[in-house]
Design a protein around this ligand. Structure first.
Ligand SMILES: Cc1cc2nc3c(=O)[nH]c(=O)nc-3n(C[C@H](O)[C@H](O)[C@H](O)COP(=O)(O)OP(=O)(O)OC[C@H]3O[C@@H](n4cnc5c(N)ncnc54)[C@H](O)[C@@H]3O)c2cc1C
Length: 368
């Protein structure tokens, strides 16, 4: 039922704007409005804080169905979970009460600020500093590649509180867009997910109350990594949705397009491609849903499964979308058809929340 209702909403209210959002590199406001009106913008927020209380699998299905029509729009529910999960996992009751309510209502979005210009795969090499000053912390530094920066009201920011201790000297904070000293860089000009703003976040003597720290001092990196165990599964869902959208489009196209006097779907070479695409998508779906169940239960092998689902589903999305372009021939290579957008959008799922090389490092360290 959830899938059906999200699919019909996505097709009616998000799909019609997907091409324009990509073409104009603009934020999908129509999608945000439709998702908020239907309480689908941050479904993971527990009911205690006014949220829909969706479990990890339901959240995955929402993201998958939105991504099936518009990958940029699927980053609204996905990044709202990414940004707020550190608060949900490790934050004080006061922080949860203060920040999850507005998120659940749709009054504020949440971003996640871990990466820096010189600290990507090696996130623990970050330089952003937080220095204690009485009842306050003062933050200085640059966060890079922050999804929905400028649109989000709230930011989970990881910063070094003790440079001697490397990853154990990193703490997490909630920073608000309106805090003095917060500003944003120009939107990045990207290959895909052009509707999702990616900007630098500048922290210039940002002075925040000490109770904005998420969890204890020095636990920020552990919280950031624990968060990714859960949210990599939402990126797998996004990849899955993009791949399904490409397969669905290609499936319709090959039955309409005629060459050699018959629909190209009559050719076994075309049928075999579609069969492989569907097979890979289904394998990715089973792994993603199984990982989502593990996320919900916080199973011991979650870290392996989160990395495996993200890595596998994103590789499948890249292969399937590339094949979809192939099946549309020259038409697939133009912006008159949606599959080239899907191919461009798929690429990012192999890169963010840890590149697929990094996922393999994570898997190797956590072999079942
Ligand atoms: C559109 C977009 C949105 C993003 N959104 C966010 C966000 O909201 N919040 C956030 O914090 N970050 C975000 N990121 C950052 C993203 O997570 C990083 O780009 C990613 O982790 C890779 O880091 P990097 O770009 O510095 O690449 P690098 O770490 O420099 O990697 C370059 C290459 O080297 C490889 N490599 C690096 N180390 C190893 C190794 N040990 N073994 C093998 N290969 C290795 C990588 O796999 C990659 O192929 C976003 C990025 C993009 C492009």
């Amino acid at each position: 039922m959830l899938r059906e209702s999200v699919r019909s909403l996505a097709e009616a209210k998000i799909l019609p704007f997907a091409a324009a959002v990509d073409e104009e590199s603009r934020f999908p406001q129509e999608a945000l409005d439709a998702l908020v009106a239907n309480d689908l913008h941050a479904v993971h927020v527990p009911e205690t804080y006014g949220g829909a209380g969706a479990d990890a699998l339901a959240t995955v299905i929402v993201i998958e169905e939105v991504a099936r029509v518009c990958a940029s729009s699927s980053l609204i529910p996905a990044v709202n979970k990414l940004g707020s999960l550190p608060v949900i996992l490790s934050g004080s009751e006061e922080l949860k009460a203060k920040y999850l309510g507005p998120l659940a209502k749709g009054d504020a979005m949440f971003s996640y600020a871990l990466s820096e210009p010189d600290a990507g795969s090696d996130a623990a090499g970050m330089k952003t500093r937080a220095v204690r000053d009485g009842d306050f912390w003062v933050l200085n530094g640059v966060k890079r590649w922050i999804t929905n920066a400028g649109v989000s009201e709230y930011y989970t920011v990881m910063a070094v509180t003790d440079p001697e201790k490397r990853s154990k000297g990193i703490s997490a904070f909630v920073v608000e867009k309106s805090d003095e000293g917060v500003s944003f860089g120009a939107p990045e000009k990207k290959l895909g997910i052009k509707g999702s703003p990616t900007r630098e976040v500048y922290l210039d003597n940002v002075r925040i109350p000490a109770d904005r720290m998420i969890g204890a001092e020095g636990t920020g990196f552990a919280t950031a990594m624990k968060t990714l165990d859960h949210t990599r599964i939402t990126i797998a869902a996004q990849a899955l949705g993009i791949a399904q959208g490409a397969l669905d489009y290609a499936k319709g196209y090959v039955q309409e397009r005629k060459q050699f006097g018959k629909p190209i779907s009559d050719f076994q070479g075309v049928q075999f491609m579609l069969a492989d695409m569907a097979m890979k998508i289904e394998a990715a779906r089973q792994l993603t849903y199984s990982a989502a169940a593990k996320s919900e239960r916080v199973d011991g092998d979650l870290t392996f499964f989160g990395a495996a689902a993200k890595c596998f589903a994103s590789d499948v999305a890249m292969e399937v979308t590339t094949d979809a372009v192939q099946l549309l021939g020259g038409y697939g290579y133009t912006r008159d058809y949606p599959v080239e957008r899907m191919m461009r959008d798929a690429k990012i799922t192999q890169i963010y929340e840890g590149t697929n090389q990094v996922q393999r490092i994570v898997m190797a360290r956590n072999l079942p």
